[in-house]
Design a protein around this ligand. Structure first.
Ligand SMILES: *Cc1c(COP(=O)(O)O)cnc(C)c1O
Length: 385
């Protein structure tokens, strides 16, 4: 490998050396974010949402780090995700509660029981199935009930809530451990739906048997203590995405994406770069190619919009992003600075995920959950920085 300088990690043939890019996940930043939200919630419980593989960052390491920061309740979307989180947490924090947001997979009740999972019951049908399972087995296992206050997606709609409250038998033989709902517009503090959902949720709580209540996602926490109830359920803010889009980001960055140059070439007008000749150079230009593309979640819609950083200098992404490759115009940097192996950062050091999302015309959630599987992943414990 003579003449090839790598600034990522020494040692040819190591996973870091072979991988096109390294995704650095700062578990210290993640824990800081959890503690920050816990402070805002001032003594109320802060659960952690780790669905979709911990928002793309790895459910097991993420859940473990959050448990170290004090989280004792976790939410996932799917049954199999819950099993992964249970396995990750079982050695150190076996007492954790894990809720499955997408509900009860009817017929799989025993899988929930065996892994001590709590279904979020989203319909009368699911409530009946959970009650009947507990009766048959002479158990009294906990579960949550989700009340729909306006999302119109999951949870008991108004008519099902009405029939639930007049059928107390539905609560027999299992433990109602949480009543929850989900905010529609929490990232728009002035949206009238926030107050409307809050009122509907309080109304529902008054009609249901007493149980801990939960309403706020990440942005909901920032709507104030009226929205905190007994438990908040943040996801995206833990991972560094701005929960207050109208204001500067109060969270710490968690993700860093560092790639390296494969090749550099000099071209001149009327040359073009990449598929469709979408970028035409106007004069002598130096183009650096990195081995990251849309197959890695570096979305094609970032073509001609995003920027990269070489030793702190911002340089534009040019031409179409292809499956495995992206091209960068490094003409503004002194000749010789950019060579094969030169490190290139693909996320803004301050507002990386949010900025990339804006450039791609999407949201930070989608950037995170699209992060590819070809990256070499490094988990920083946080004591090292
Ligand atoms: C995803 C999800 C959350 C977390 O939302 P964020 O906006 O990521 O904080 C909370 N509650 C429910 C029901 C969810 O689906």
């Amino acid at each position: 490998m003579s003449g090839c300088r790598t600034t990522i990690e020494a040692g040819p043939g190591t996973p870091a050396e072979r991988a096109p890019a390294t995704l650095i996940i700062d578990l210290g930043g993640l824990r800081d974010n959890y503690r920050k939200l816990a402070t805002l919630c001032d003594g109320r419980e802060v659960a952690a949402v780790v669905k979709a593989d911990g928002y793309g960052l790895g459910a097991a390491p993420v859940a473990t780090a959050l448990a170290e920061a004090g989280a004792r309740t976790f939410f996932v979307a799917q049954l199999d995700e819950a099993l992964t989180v249970r396995a990750a947490l079982d050695t150190h924090t076996p007492d954790c509660c894990i809720f499955v947001l997408n509900g009860l997979v009817i017929g799989a009740e025993d899988d929930y029981r065996a892994a001590r999972l709590r279904p979020v019951l989203n319909s009368i049908l699911e409530i009946e199935a959970w009650r009947d399972f507990n009766r048959r087995r002479d158990l009294a296992l906990p579960a949550a009930v989700h009340v729909d206050t306006g999302m119109s997606r999951l949870g008991l709609p108004k008519d099902e809530l009405d029939s639930l409250v007049v059928t107390p038998d539905l609560f027999d033989g299992w433990e109602l451990s949480l009543v929850m709902s989900h905010l529609v517009c929490a990232d728009e503090p002035d949206h009238p739906l926030n107050a409307a959902q809050l009122a509907l949720f309080e109304e529902a709580l008054a009609r249901l048997p007493p149980a801990p209540a939960s309403l706020a996602n990440s942005s909901g926490i920032f709507l104030g203590s009226d929205y905190h109830f007994d438990q908040a359920r943040p996801g995206v803010a833990l991972y560094g995405v701005n929960p207050t889009p109208a204001r500067s980001n109060p969270m710490s960055a968690v993700v860093q994406l560092r790639t390296k140059v494969l090749q550099v070439r000099q071209i001149d007008a009327p040359g073009s770069v990449g598929y469709g000749a979408a970028h035409r150079v106007e004069g002598p230009s130096r183009i650096a190619t990195v081995g990251v593309g849309y197959a890695d979640g570096y979305l094609r819609s970032l073509s001609g919009r995003a920027t990269a950083w070489v030793e702190g200098s911002e340089v534009p992404i040019v031409g179409r992003i292809s499956m495995d490759l992206t091209t960068i115009d490094v003409t503004s940097l002194p000749a010789g600075t950019v060579r094969p192996g030169t490190a290139v950062d693909l996320l803004d050091p301050r507002d990386g995920v949010d900025r990339l999302a804006a450039e791609a015309g999407t949201i930070g959630y989608e950037i995170l959950t699209s992060l590819g599987h070809r990256y070499h992943r490094v988990y920083k414990s946080g004591n090292e920085s």
